[in-house]
Ligand binder design. Structure first.
Ligand code: KG4
Ligand code: ZN
Length: 377
């Protein structure tokens, strides 16, 4: 397998990437294209992700993004020698997508792509199905294998690479390693024995870390997505300070709980007199404390896992890793452990991680590829 197309639509970003495995260097990949089309502006109005709107946007966006992606191969405008055919219809419930994709496929020659890798879960059911049906249609028309990808695993695998001058370069890693996935939907600590062999050692019992950022940002009126909004507010000058709990920080397990922090923010805001509640000073102080509380808990429990399992590598993945404060903290772990961050801007959702994970996985027959919103590692 040389060129792999990656499709990611598990949440509110429509993402397509194209990578090429280098013949002469095993596990090196050229990034031919990597597009993330964010729907943030659409969902901002709702203060969070609206699943029906997310699906509609994926249906509208996927075909134009595919055209843009294939244009890097110079093949998009070539007229097909014979009409492509697919006997199955995976687009019955995807009429918007169908209206754009089928005419595109009819006028486009089969591109030199060897496989399509698609996120099948976990994620939002309607969004996942659009990506899966899109990928199945491409697989059927172009007669190329389809590879199902687990989104959580992809968040970890991308951190095994650095990204230099448009190439993914494998990092030197000693296994076993500890992996921390912190995204909008997940907070998990895993023992990674090798690629594909994971043991879950702890996870959140309620809200994910990213979800806590999103929900507390909403309480503070800071908008969506919460993580970057809280970080920005936290950086502003403030002479006041507030205290918030660090839930489960001392618990003798690797589980997390963030809903108590959200409730504490809610009560704190309600308890403040109106003039303080609307003051920028208090908002900044609360934002800073939310950020610190989340990072403190993640850091303490993760480092304990690293020590107790005696590993030399810590792999971080997921949107929350985009936090500069979190990165600062995890860069100070000492020399005994190598901390791997997602390269470039691959902390938040993207299809580069989907394509590269696909490289390490096996294709499945079309009929067996299904969206799995609750997929586990
Ligand atoms: O991995 P991701 O893009 O999507 C999921 O798989 O969920 O993660 C999205 C999450 C959101 O909750 C968002 O608030 C959070 O990542 N996030 C951040 C930052 N950027 C995104 N959290 C903290 N600081 C950031 N800079
Ligand atoms: Zn994600």
């Amino acid at each position: 397998m040389k060129k792999i197309l990656g499709i990611e639509t598990s949440c509110d970003d429509t993402c397509i990437s194209l990578i090429e495995a280098e013949k002469e260097n095993p596990f090196y990949f050229k990034v031919l294209s990597n597009i993330v089309s964010s729907q943030t502006e659409i969902h901002k109005k709702w203060g969070g992700i609206h699943p029906t709107l997310a699906k509609r946007e994926h249906q509208e966006n996927l075909t134009p993004l595919l055209g843009k992606t294939l244009s890097v191969l110079g093949s998009a405008k070539v007229l097909p020698k014979k009409k492509l055919k697919c006997s199955d219809s995976f687009l019955e419930k995807e009429s918007r997508l169908s209206k754009k994709l089928l005419p595109f496929l009819e006028k486009t020659a089969k591109p030199p792509v060897d496989a399509v890798a698609v996120t099948v879960g976990p994620g939002l059911d309607p969004s996942l199905w659009t990506g899966v049906n899109f990928a199945k249609t491409l697989s059927c028309y172009w007669k190329i294998p389809i590879i199902p990808v687990n989104h959580i695993e992809a968040h970890l695998i991308i951190s095994l690479f650095s990204l230099e001058k448009g190439r993914l370069i494998p990092r030197i890693i000693t296994f076993p390693a500890i992996g921390l996935i912190v995204s909008g939907g997940h907070t998990q600590l895993v023992l990674i024995k090798k690629i594909g062999r994971y043991e879950l050692i702890g996870e959140t019992r309620d809200d994910a870390a990213g979800e806590c950022f999103d929900k507390t940002a909403r309480i503070l009126g800071l908008g969506y997505p919460g993580g970057p909004a809280i970080s920005e507010q936290a950086r502003k000058e403030s002479s006041v300070s507030v205290d918030l709990p660090r839930p489960m920080i001392h618990a003798k397990n690797y589980d997390f709980s963030f809903s108590g922090l959200k409730t504490a923010v809610l009560y704190l805001c309600k308890s403040l007199p109106r003039e303080k509640r609307v003051s920028g000073q208090y908002c900044s102080a609360i934002a800073r404390e939310i950020e610190q509380a989340i990072i403190d808990v993640l850091f303490k429990k993760t480092l304990r896992a690293v020590k107790e399992y005696g590993v030399e590598t810590l792999i971080l993945g997921g949107g929350v890793v985009a936090s500069q404060e979190l990165q600062k903290k995890f860069k100070k772990t000492g020399d005994d452990v190598a901390v791997l961050f997602p390269p470039g801007k691959t902390q938040t959702d993207n299809a580069l991680m989907t394509a590269v994970t696909g490289f390490f996985k096996n294709p499945l027959p079309l009929k067996k590829v299904k969206a799995a919103p609750n997929l586990r590692l």
